[in-house]
Ligand binder design. Structure first.
Ligand SMILES: NC(=O)c1ccc[n+]([C@@H]2O[C@H](COP(=O)([O-])OP(=O)(O)OC[C@H]3O[C@@H](n4cnc5c(N)ncnc54)[C@H](OP(=O)(O)O)[C@@H]3O)[C@@H](O)[C@H]2O)c1
Length: 295
């Protein structure tokens, strides 16, 4: 991988890369690093399929960006909406070169749950599981799935995935539950890669850095305190925050990223649990069961 690092921007890591003729799907493309990702990959020539909670938001975002693309409604915490989004995208009849599972919610102060699943786990992991596995048949032979996780996956290092309390009813701590959902993102990418093995398809995951976006909207006081106690030098701008996922989506060298976790535009160590393939496979099986029950 060229010498990209913490401070590299999405434009820098994709400089000289042509995505003309390529189709990229991005969830949560109306805000934060998803918006910058869509903007920059479109600038490199990609046709963007942008997913947002509502069609209106997605259409407005495409119009604001002034880019070539298709707008799709996808509310990740509603399985019917995710399945409808999958059908809409398949109906476009385009070969998908990259699927970026970017959308997310963080550290909800109170426990919220739907369908018996804690909302961060449902949105960040289960919704993207339905989305990406639903689209995989349309993925190009050398297509990529890029899953946006977080360094906060370490917050679940002790508990791992609480399979016996997926609703969070017995125990709920906002950051630990966010951490579980982000651990699940990494494990999902690993398990998907195992299913891609022997092909040229690549699944990877990443920590984008710490960036002031709208992600703290559900927990503004806590998030503000978090930013205040941080050394400003450790914060990234939005263009820097979008760099690692743009690199994994677009750079030819990232064909080597199979099953790996990146941060600061380079391969990075993750928690021990995040490299546990037995846990990853169990998560895949349990998620399939959960999804089957969400008809
Ligand atoms: N910012 C950071 O410091 C940081 C650090 C580590 C990891 N990350 C990860 O980076 C990713 C992008 O976050 P961001 O910082 O760019 O935050 P953001 O500005 O809040 O963007 C999040 C996006 O996800 C969408 N979203 C949230 N819930 C959704 C749902 N139920 N269905 C569909 N879309 C939904 C949001 O839509 P609405 O605008 O409609 O709510 C928004 O488009 C997330 O996965 C996050 O966990 C961020």
């Amino acid at each position: 991988m060229p010498n990209f690092s913490f401070s590299s921007t999405a434009e820098e890591v994709t400089d000289g890369v042509s995505l003309v003729g390529k189709t990229v799907v991005v969830t949560g493309f109306n805000s934060g690093i998803g918006l910058e990702t869509a903007r920059v990959l479109a600038k490199r020539g990609a046709f963007i399929i942008g997913a947002a909670r509502t069609l209106e938001k997605a259409e407005r975002t495409l119009a604001d960006l002034g880019i070539d693309g298709a707008a799709v409604a996808c509310e990740l915490s509603e399985p019917a909406s995710v399945r409808a989004a999958v059908q809409t995208i398949l109906g476009l009849d385009r070969r998908l070169d990259v699927i970026i599972c970017n959308a997310g919610i963080m550290a909800l102060p109170e426990r919220h749950h739907k369908y018996g699943i804690e909302l961060q786990f449902l949105t960040n992991h289960v919704g993207h599981f339905i989305f990406a596995t639903g689209l995989v048949d349309a993925l190009a032979p050398d297509g990529r799935v890029v899953v946006v996780s977080s360094g906060a996956h370490h917050r679940a290092s002790e508990v791992g995935i609480t399979f016996d309390d997926l609703s969070g009813e017995r125990s709920y701590e906002p950051w630990e539950r966010y951490g579980q959902s982000k651990l699940a993102n990494i494990l999902f990418a690993r398990s998907l890669q195992r299913r891609f093995d022997g092909t040229s398809r690549v699944a990877s995951s990443l920590h984008p850095g710490v960036i002031k976006t709208n992600l703290g909207r559900n927990n503004p006081k806590d998030t503000q305190a978090f930013y205040e106690q941080m050394d400003p030098a450790t914060l990234k701008s939005i263009p820097q925050g979008a760099a690692t996922q743009c690199l994994l989506a677009a750079r030819p060298e990232a064909a080597n990223a199979a099953g790996r976790y990146y941060a600061d535009c380079q391969p990075s160590p993750s928690s021990v649990r995040a490299t546990d393939d037995v846990l990853a496979e169990r998560l895949w099986q349990v998620t399939e069961e959960v999804v089957a029950g969400l008809e």
